[in-house]
Design a protein. Structure first.
Length: 599
């Protein structure tokens, strides 16, 4: 007879399965197998199968009788100390597994150890006592699982000693997935991945273990994992080779900013460039950095600190910089990393561009202590702390002057310059585009890119479209304010319609440019004849619905009439009619300028 507990409980006699279907009887049999060839008291059997509601002694004897009938012969006998299940050597798979593990411990040959432990692990069909309650056999199942994990680790060590890393990775990966907090298994997996040529996967596995241990237990990895990770980081890495040159591509075309570039040329080692979004802080910093890169022979660092989204942790930035300098083993704390970083830069001349910084606290740990280095910081804040504490040069950027703004659009559009009156008209249109973009380099570059990628558009078309977009937005906002009154509450829009008070704001330059792609061709424009002009892409205002009179109160109404609105809804509908009339008036405004339909 064979008994299997390394998985679901199974019994077989002469190769044929013996069925024990009752859950109570399977639990009784499992408890007897945990104490094979030793008597088990009746109280323990009752507690395992019935818990806190023990049965009558006759009920227990009835279930034991059925287990005895299933096993046959004199396998299960009654003793004064309790019930005893007789199991002969080799009949219980757990006993065979333990015997094989013990024999492997006495071997010295890695090949024989791997072979014997492989045979032992092959006996497992799943978790021990998988289909039985933990209250009954949980302690024994945990003991067997610990023995299995030790066997996996020992066999992995033998396989790695034989150089069979590829065969080891799969089994170790499954074991780590089932026991992610077991550091010995993780270490064996990292070694196997390393020997298999998968060094990046090994380092990634360490990072996963570190994050999981910190999240679950609030601790760092043990000494073995840390030393293995450091050893792998010390190996030659192509990332650490050479001179860092991390500057992004130069801005092209770069127009204007002569005064700012001159100020940067004579600036101290720390410069802070501040200004509103889209004013060209990054473009100026990158362009100047490329101009002076040859002054810093030891290289350049660049990092986007993401100050307007999810700011980067200075410790992570320091790790990136130190890796680029060839140092891979870093301390954990921010202060220790800052000290190491400054020590590395002590005898170097480097240019460091910290783009889109969130504030002083994010920048200070990234400042080198050496005078030979130059740091340029960009951000929307003024960085008063860096100016007062570190002597930084503040450079506040404003929008481009009209001439430089028009020149930037012209250089991006790459249009031929006509002669005579057409040339003056084009220059006037470029000035109008620059003014409508408020001189912001980002908006100007978008406008120039639109012209460059749409050969059918002229500069005059772009100016007219921007003016129509700005006029429509401003008129809509005014009409909405007149409809609501100076103190009136904004009416609630109908479902599926835009709120004019929310959407009708004076258009910013980027919003004006985005609006050009969303609008549909106008059917009629000023001077087109045949009817009143309509704003392109907008639906005509919906006429106000008339209310039906209420029925007499005495008239029975089995179902509410949907045409009869409650009083509160009528008041809201009246307010919407008032706002809708203002919106209809805005939609009826004629377009400024001529031209054909929008694409």
């Amino acid at each position: 007879m064979q008994f299997g507990v390394l998985g679901r409980l199974s019994i077989s006699r002469d190769g044929e399965a013996v069925e024990v279907t009752s859950a109570k009887q399977r639990t009784l049999l499992a408890v007897l197998l945990t104490e094979a060839n030793r008597p088990v008291p009746s109280d323990r059997l009752a507690d395992a199968a019935w818990g806190e509601s023990p049965p009558a002694p006759a009920t227990l004897r009835w279930h034991v009788h059925h287990v005895r009938q299933a096993l046959g012969g004199d396998r299960l006998t009654r003793r004064p100390e309790g019930y005893l299940l007789t199991v002969h050597p080799g009949e219980l798979d757990a006993e065979r597994f333990e015997r094989l593990c013990a024999s492997a411990a006495d071997l010295d040959d890695p090949a024989r150890i791997a072979e014997v432990l492989g045979e032992a692990l092959a006996l497992w069909r799943g978790p021990a006592y998988a289909d039985l309650p933990d209250e009954a056999v949980g302690e024994e199942a945990a003991r067997l699982e610990e023995l299995r994990l030790r066997a996996v680790e020992q066999r992995a060590a033998s396989m790695l000693a034989l150089g069979r890393a590829e065969e080891t990775v799969e089994g170790l990966a499954a074991a780590v997935a089932a026991h992610p907090l077991r550091e010995r298994l993780r270490e064996q997996l990292m070694r196997a991945l390393r020997l298999a040529g998968r060094r990046a996967d090994a380092l990634r596995s360490y990072q996963e273990a570190r994050e999981l241990l910190a999240e679950e237990l609030g601790i760092e990895p043990g000494r073995g994992l840390r030393e293995l990770n450091a050893e792998m980081l010390r190996e030659e890495s192509p990332v650490a080779a050479g001179r860092p040159a991390q500057l992004p591509p130069d801005v092209f075309p770069f127009t204007g900013r002569a005064a700012e570039l001159s100020a940067l040329d004579g600036a101290p080692p720390l410069i802070v460039i501040s200004g509103t979004g889209g004013v060209g802080k990054t473009g100026l910093a990158v362009h100047w950095a490329h101009r002076v890169a040859d002054r810093y022979p030891d290289g350049q660092f660049y990092v986007d600190l993401r100050g307007q989204a999810a700011p980067l942790d200075p410790a992570d930035v320091l790790e990136r910089f130190c890796h680029a300098l060839g140092v891979t083993r870093l301390p954990a704390g921010l202060e220790e990393r800052t000290a190491l970083y400054r020590s590395l830069l002590h005898d170097r001349r480097m240019l460091i561009l910290l783009d889109n910084a969130a504030g002083n606290a994010q920048v200070r740990p990234l400042l080198p202590g050496a005078e030979g280095c130059c740091v340029v910081v960009t951000g929307r804040r003024r960085f008063d702390g860096l100016v007062a504490g570190e002597g930084a040069l503040p450079l506040q950027l404003d929008v481009l002057p009209p001439q430089e703004a028009a020149a930037l659009v012209a250089s991006l559009a790459s249009r031929e310059r006509p002669e005579g009156g057409a040339r003056r008209e084009q220059e006037e249109s470029l000035s109008r585009v620059a003014a409508l973009c408020d001189g912001l380099p980002l908006a100007l570059r978008i406008a120039g890119a639109r012209l460059a990628t749409r050969p059918g558009w002229t500069v005059q078309d772009m100016a007219a479209r921007l003016e129509r977009s700005a006029a429509a937005s401003t008129s809509c906002a005014r009409g909405a304010r007149r409809a609501g009154g100076p103190r009136a509450e904004p009416p609630r829009p109908a479902r599926g319609r835009a709120d004019p008070l929310r959407t009708a704001r004076p258009a910013r330059p980027a919003r004006r440019l985005r609006a050009l792609d969303r609008r549909r061709p106008a059917r009629q424009l000023d001077g087109g004849g045949g009817g009143p002009a309509r704003t392109a892409g907008r639906r005509p205002a919906r006429p106000a619905a008339r209310h039906r009179p209420r029925r007499p109160a005495a008239l029975p109404l089995p179902r509410p009439d949907p045409a009869v609105r409650p009083r509160a809804r009528r008041r809201r509908h009246g307010a919407r009619r008032q706002a809708g009339g203002a919106e209809q008036g805005v939609r009826g405004l004629p377009r400024a300028g001529g031209g054909g339909g929008l694409p």
